[in-house]
Design a protein. Structure first.
Length: 73
């Protein structure tokens, strides 16, 4: 049972707090998810510019990161 809760928490589906129990996390709606993705993209773009990396290097880094992560869902 503990392992199942731990896996759900790792997947970002529940949040456990000592003394408060475990609660299901609301999934973001599509518009919220797109807005959050845009925020992360902007942060990444700013970091790319600070590092003086090229657009090609930045895109290659994103492609590599995506390729090394299993798809969600």
């Amino acid at each position: 049972m503990v392992r199942a809760y731990r896996e759900l928490e790792t997947a970002g589906l529940v949040r456990s707090r000592r003394g408060s129990g475990t609660r299901v996390i609301a999934l973001p709606d599509a518009d919220d998810a797109k807005a959050r993705l845009a925020e992360h993209a902007l942060s990444y773009a700013l970091a790319v510019r600070r590092l003086d990396a090229t657009d090609e290097e930045a895109l290659a880094a994103i492609r590599h990161a995506l390729a090394t992560q299993p798809p969600s869902g």
